[in-house]
Ligand binder design. Structure first.
Ligand code: FAD
Length: 398
């Protein structure tokens, strides 16, 4: 599809049915889903595909714990189940592997209380994980698990729902798929600078304007202030960045090893044997993309957790900022008072596992078709109800 960049299209028609802002994992999935549904899509990206939080190398796809089940956990569970098929279709369409494997996960148990909770969760998982996936408590990992988890005095949980993928491989496949679709235009190096939601026009950093049917703000941490602005309340603090640092190690580890997770530290093996270790969780930081001693601490804990990577050399260090919405849940759906402006952000630590399903929800809203149930807590209204005026922006003068 060729889209002229100035003014409205012929007969005042929108020039893109859907304008997607931000080419991270969220914006890429949404663009593909919308294009598959026959919409004309323009995807703009300020920098380059994967320039934001999606440009790292972790890719853990870990479920919430199976107890105290709610809509959010159900949404994520279904997304994690479906992702396997979604990725198989994408790989089939593009011929590009995404490094996906359902390897499961091990959680070392350090206290009697943790073991008791884990034992209770066996039944919860049986009920809430549809009987297809296991959640077991064992004394030691079996042969297929990490050969030595150094310290797991109360045994381990081994669950078989978790998976992992390679973020750069997934992004490459998503981008390649978009390149195959005639109704998609991808423009890197072009930022959204403003929205006139009544006229349904976007201002772009190259000085042009683009008319849209809907616009989706999938631009990660930068989306929150734009969503506040679009609903006429620019002073609201709807969310912000939480920095994370991660490392990549050359350990030559077997790619079927489960993800290991303990107390915020996780270790996973990619198909090529490289081991990714994450991650810090920082609210205060000066440099959003720099790594420092906090990553060294995570590495130290990871090496202790999994002696297999004990002296493996570090071959990559990376940091990025995750979008965390004020209500902690993802932020998804129309902006109050601006129904053609859609929020798609706030996936925080789980976006890689749910972005495809977030896209299905948003697309159903755009096309008026039936889509997955989107939890009420994801709505912009729900987040707005929890938002306070931003400490970072000046309040309007009365
Ligand atoms: C260290 C670390 C480890 C992580 N590990 C995992 C993990 O194992 N599993 C998991 O699921 N998640 C993980 N996450 C979280 C995950 O990476 C993020 O939740 C996810 O990448 C967010 O994707 P996104 O598409 O919403 O945003 P982003 O990837 O940040 O994409 C937003 C894009 O919008 C662009 N943009 C911004 N403003 C504009 C504008 N005005 N106009 C046009 N474009 C704009 C940016 O350049 C960027 O490319 C991790 C994050 C970090 C930092």
């Amino acid at each position: 599809m060729g889209i002229a960049d100035s003014g409205t299209g012929q007969g005042g028609q929108p020039q893109a049915d859907l304008l997607v802002v931000g080419a991270g994992v969220a914006g890429l999935w949404l663009s593909i889903k919308a294009a598959r549904a026959g919409l004309s899509v323009t995807l703009i990206e300020r920098d380059r595909i994967g320039a934001g939080a999606s440009g790292g190398f972790l890719g853990a796809l870990m479920p919430h714990s199976p107890e105290r089940w709610n809509e959010k956990k159900d949404f994520q569970f279904r997304a994690l189940v479906d992702l396997e098929t979604e990725i198989a279709a994408l790989e089939n369409e593009t011929g590009l592997p995404c490094g996906y494997r359902r390897v499961g996960r091990i959680l070392p148990l350090h206290t009697e209380r943790a073991r008791e909770t884990a034992l209770d969760n066996i039944a919860q998982a049986r009920t809430n994980w549809s009987g297809r996936f296991q959640f077991n408590v064992a004394n030691t990992p079996d042969r297929h698990d990490w050969p030595s988890i150094l310290w797991a005095p109360r045994g381990i949980v081994h669950e078989t729902l978790s998976a992992r993928l390679s973020p750069p491989a997934l992004l490459a496949a998503l981008a390649a798929r978009l390149g195959q679709m005639p109704n998609v235009l991808v423009r890197e190096g072009v930022a959204l600078t403003g929205i006139s939601h009544r006229e349904r026009r976007a201002g772009l950093s190259d000085g042009s304007k683009l008319a849209f049917g809907h616009i989706a703000l999938a631009n990660g941490v930068d989306a929150f202030s734009m969503i506040a602005e679009a609903q006429g309340a620019p002073e609201l603090d709807l969310g912000g960045p939480v920095k994370g640092q991660a490392a990549l190690l050359d350990a030559g580890a077997p790619p079927d090893l489960p993800v290991v997770y303990h107390d915020g530290v996780y270790v996973l093996v990619h198909e090529n044997g490289l081991v990714a270790v994450g991650s810090t969780s920082e609210r205060q930081f000066d440099d959003p993309t720099g790594t420092d001693g906090q990553l060294d601490d995570v590495l130290k804990r990871a090496r202790k957790l999994c002696p297999l990577i004990g002296d493996a050399p570090v071959v990559g260090r990376w940091a990025g900022v995750r979008p965390r919405a004020v209500g902690r849940d993802p932020m998804l759906g129309p902006v109050p008072g601006a129904p053609h402006v859609l929020a798609m952000t706030g996936g925080f630590k789980i976006t890689f596992g749910i972005a495809h399903r977030m896209a299905d929800c948003l697309l159903a809203h755009v096309t008026g078709s039936e889509g997955p149930v989107c939890p009420e807590s994801f709505s912009v209204e729900a987040h707005t109800a929890k938002a306070k005026p931003s400490a970072h922006r000046p309040l309007p003068r009365s």
